[in-house]
Design a protein around this ligand. Structure first.
Ligand code: PLP
Length: 389
């Protein structure tokens, strides 16, 4: 099987596995205890925080280790709501763990920024949105879309927010481990997730501003300077940091020399598909995207059937959110852009397919994926089963 679902999760990097096993065997003591062995565990934890901080370009004290990116984003929303009762300004492509947690926590609700046909926030409209809405407590825009791979203008948004003294958060879950991350630490708040770049599941982090001494993620114990209670997942932390460091070495710090051949392999697969199936729409085609992601809209097909068909051809891919118009939820990116702007008939079904590669995915893998997409889409689509009763 060829795996094309890295935006959902990635296999454990060998360096992460080694670090995890070593930590589980040698540093299993509670880092908050007072014994010499616990002190050694605590030192490992703080060393990992420093190493991650180096890669993100921020001070180590700003990093809180969390159980996942979802936990980090939920805690951030609660914290922002507690600090100020305003509203959040978000992109419409945020992962539900940002969109839903801000909508639930903030009394002023959520305002969405306009996006272009690629799903990229329109920078020239941001100032207007910020001028029209009072009490903006935070602006949160993801660094790269999990559905389309489109890169959002987080650097410009950060500058814009800074000039207005509005805190800026970016969910960089899909960026970290794929592109250089050393400038991301400039954001006031930053979220990452270990399992998207070869770390284990169940470990993530949230970077908070230096001045946030009273951040409360989970309450209870004094861990992480009282800002995130709960015994730290030291094997998870060490494995996550080891995975990111190993990737940085293997890719010469996510250099364009490492990225370019992979981007070209994706682009060639995209060209093959579009040449054979001109009705297929490539999301984000005309803008900067992650080198690993290819998101396709296939008119007249059901995304889940396409994914099942691809698996029969040896390709593991995914769909966006389910997508037959009228009966199922629309993929977030398509809803944000608007089906009409993409040229999709609103009364006809369409399916979404997302292929997302890893560093080890080869040009041959991409070619096989393109051939499988062409085969599966060319097969006559069966009507969806009607369930009675
Ligand atoms: N944010 C984005 C952009 C994601 O793609 C995901 C996972 O798909 C998450 C957050 C949630 O990450 P986690 O699995 O660590 O909770």
């Amino acid at each position: 099987m060829r795996y094309f679902d890295y935006n959902a999760t990635s296999p454990l990097h060998p360096a992460a596995r080694e670090a995890w096993l070593e930590a589980a065997d040698r540093y299993w003591h509670n880092p908050s205890s007072l014994s010499a062995a616990a002190t050694a565990a605590r030192e490992c934890l703080e060393d990992a925080r420093e190493r991650l901080a180096d890669m993100l370009g921020c001070d180590a004290e700003r990093i809180l280790f969390t159980g996942s990116a979802t936990a980090a984003n939920n805690a951030l929303a609660r914290q922002v709501a507690m600090a100020s009762p305003g509203r959040a300004v978000l992109s419409p492509l945020e992962h539900p763990c940002v969109a839903e947690s801000f909508a639930a926590a903030l009394t002023g609700g959520v305002v969405e920024l306009p996006v272009d046909r690629a799903g990229r926030v329109e920078m020239d409209k941001v100032v207007d949105v910020l001028d029209r809405h009072s009490a903006v407590a935070i602006v949160s825009v993801l660094a790269a879309s999990n559905e389309t791979g489109v890169l959002e203008p987080w650097q410009e948004l950060l500058e814009c927010c800074r000039s207005r003294q509005i805190p800026f958060h970016t969910d960089a879950v899909q960026w970290i481990g794929r592109l250089p991350a050393d400038a991301l630490g400039q954001c006031d708040y930053l979220t990452g997730s270990g399992h998207k770049f070869g770390g284990p599941k169940g470990i993530g982090f949230l970077v908070v501003p230096e001045t946030t001494t009273l951040f409360h993620g989970d309450r209870g114990g004094p861990q992480q300077n009282g800002r995130w209670a709960g015994t730290e997942n030291l094997p998870g932390v060490l494995a996550m940091v080891a995975a990111l460091e190993a990737l940085a070495v293997e890719t010469d710090s996510f250099s364009s020399a490492a990225i370019e051949p992979r981007r070209q392999a994706r682009d060639r697969a995209e060209q093959m598909i579009v040449a054979a199936l001109p009705e297929v729409i490539v999301l984000g085609q005309a803008t900067e995207r992650l080198w690993n992601t290819l998101a396709l809209i296939v008119p007249g097909h059901d995304g889940r059937r396409l994914v099942a068909g691809l698996e029969r051809q040896g390709i593991i891919a995914s769909t966006g959110s389910a997508c037959s118009s009228g009966s199922e939820a629309t993929a977030r990116a398509v809803a944000a852009i608007g089906p009409e702007r993409l040229g999709l008939a609103t009364d006809k079904p369409w399916g979404m397919l997302r292929l997302s590669a890893g560093w080890e995915t080869t040009a041959t893998d991409w070619q096989a994926a393109a051939e499988a997409v062409i085969t599966v889409v060319s097969q006559p689509s069966r009507p969806a089963q009607v369930r009675l009763g």
